[in-house]
Write a new protein. Structure first.
Length: 81
């Protein structure tokens, strides 16, 4: 089982994942973040490689899990402060 907390996720990775989970295409993500679609693809590729995931369906599941994990973590930090 993958421990999401052990995957290095940059702030930009989080932004890309958030938009991906919302259903945006790479082109839409690129436009929203003012980066190229190729850069979006590279962020996703690197993130999935860090997680050891190679299959497309599992990538979407991972993206959703990471986004939900990060959101919950931020919510806890907000409540604690």
């Amino acid at each position: 089982m993958l421990n999401v907390d052990q995957i290095k996720i940059t702030r930009r990775d989080q932004q890309v994942l958030k938009l991906l989970v919302e259903g945006c295409s790479n082109k839409e993500i690129a436009a929203e973040l003012s980066i190229s679609p190729r850069t979006v693809k590279q962020h996703l590729r690197t993130l999935f490689l860090r997680a050891g995931i190679k299959q497309g369906r599992k990538r979407v599941i991972l993206a959703t899990a990471i986004f939900e994990f990060q959101s919950a973590k931020e919510q806890i930090n907000y409540v604690a402060s």
